[in-house]
Write a protein that binds this ligand. Structure first.
Ligand code: ZN
Length: 422
């Protein structure tokens, strides 16, 4: 059992906001400290009975600071031993839940992502070891690795991935509402079947943090509280890079007050977050606005979050795309878009490591961190699905396009660049 303090978090109003009229609640974290040492700010499991962190009304705003998704275990060093030895059961420290006055089951909670910023100007990406976490390309990259990023305003650079500068695509990897007891029971029922095969993570009370819960209540709740790793019907760990600043998200409400929590803030991420050890992970602050649509779930037939993507993200004008099909090791994987995407990622890593000074592990970490676009082509052209991954060429110091064309570069100009004829 874990004893937790029931201290009030630091909710001092943001001075800058106060000076322009409205007093906006600002929940602060202590960067570098694990959630267990500041349990008043949130939780790292999902359960309907977690007491509210604070309360807002429709029309209110709030600023919530969040710890990085690995709970301050990754340090600004040149060793990847912290990634290799990480305790994954401490993911994800979430800030919340925020109670929204008037929200009832069946409503839609409207959340506007008004702004996101870093709390400390350092981020990380990594590769989990095969024995502890793994990732999408684990059979090709079984060893732990790490890249520390310097977050410079709207750009990130890394001494561990030189020759690259990545533009900001700020978004929450994880944001969701509290499940009802019925929904939690359903998650546990269906995931237990997979957990027996090692394909899902069952409840793990040892490292659970449930703000404001102690004693017998903690024991009861922690034994059934859901891990935060998978996305589910309430949102959760969606890892959608296009939930950038300016997005509006409509969440199903499953409990009175909705109970919104978030964490795992990303400076940027590639589609698929392929290494699993993150995007560009950071301690961050999210400025949120709230509204409600009464009875919205039935009115609009919504049972999972829907959203309008934000527009305050980096926009690149030239891409190099790599294709993959669902054929691996001489076997057709029938219309398997996941295999096709894996082949596209491996093709990108082979190519980019050949035209830059980067090693393959460095490129793997770049593809999880930079705002690369993943797309499915056909998922009907049996037997093969097709997928592509597109890399913004402008993130590199060097020109990564294929060179030495026989007819010369001048015949049609550079592809993707419009020529003005005078
Ligand atoms: Zn993340």
């Amino acid at each position: 059992m874990q004893q937790q303090s029931n201290l009030k978090p630091d909710t001092s109003a943001n001075d800058e906001m106060a000076s322009i009229g409205a007093s906006v609640q600002h929940i602060r974290i202590k960067p570098g400290k694990p959630l267990a040492e500041q349990p008043e700010i949130g939780h790292n499991r999902w359960h309907p009975d977690i007491p509210e962190l604070t309360s807002v009304r429709p029309g209110d705003e709030i600023v919530l600071e969040c710890l990085d998704f690995l709970d301050s275990q990754i340090k600004d060093t040149d060793s990847a031993n912290d990634v290799r030895d990480v305790d994954l059961t401490r993911a994800h420290p979430l800030t919340g839940p925020v109670h929204v006055e008037g929200a009832e089951p069946g409503d839609l909670l409207v959340v506007d992502l008004l702004d996101i910023s870093c709390v400390t100007p350092v981020g990380f990406s990594g590769i989990f070891a095969k024995e502890n976490g793994g990732g999408f390309l684990v059979e090709h990259f079984p060893e732990a690795n790490k890249a520390i990023w310097d977050l410079r305003g709207r750009y990130a650079t890394s001494r561990h991935i030189p020759g690259v500068r990545v533009g900001a695509m700020l978004h929450p990897g994880l944001i969701g509402t509290l499940p009802s007891q019925d929904l939690l029971n359903e998650w546990n029922r269906r995931e237990a079947i997979l957990a027996d095969k090692g394909q899902a993570r069952p409840p793990h009370p040892d490292t659970a943090v449930l703000r404001g819960v102690n004693g017998a209540d903690f024991d009861r709740m922690a034994a059934e509280a859901a891990r935060t790793v998978p996305p589910r019907e309430h949102g959760g760990n969606l890892d959608i890079k296009n939930l950038t600043v300016g997005s509006r998200i409509y969440f199903p409400v499953y409990v009175k007050g909705a109970g919104l929590s978030l964490g795992d803030l990303h400076f940027s991420q590639g589609d698929g977050e392929i290494s699993f050890c993150g995007a560009i992970e950071m301690d961050g602050a999210a400025h949120l606005g709230f509204d409600l649509i009464k009875g919205g779930m039935a009115k609009y037939n919504v049972t999972a979050p829907i959203y309008v993507p934000g527009i305050h993200d980096v926009r690149y004008d030239e891409w190099l795309s790599f294709t993959g099909i669902s054929v691996e090791d001489g076997v057709n994987h029938y219309l398997d878009a996941t295999v096709a995407y894996r082949r596209a990622c491996l093709a990108a890593i082979d190519y980019i490591s050949s035209v830059t000074d980067l090693t393959k592990p460095q490129v793997y970490m770049l593809l999880t961190a930079a705002p690369v676009e993943g797309r499915y082509g056909g998922v009907v052209d049996l037997p093969n699905a097709s997928a592509s991954i597109s890399i913004p060429t402008r993130i590199f110091d060097v020109d990564i396009l294929p060179q030495d064309l026989v007819a010369g570069p001048a015949s049609y100009g550079r592809p993707g660049v419009e020529m003005t004829l005078s």
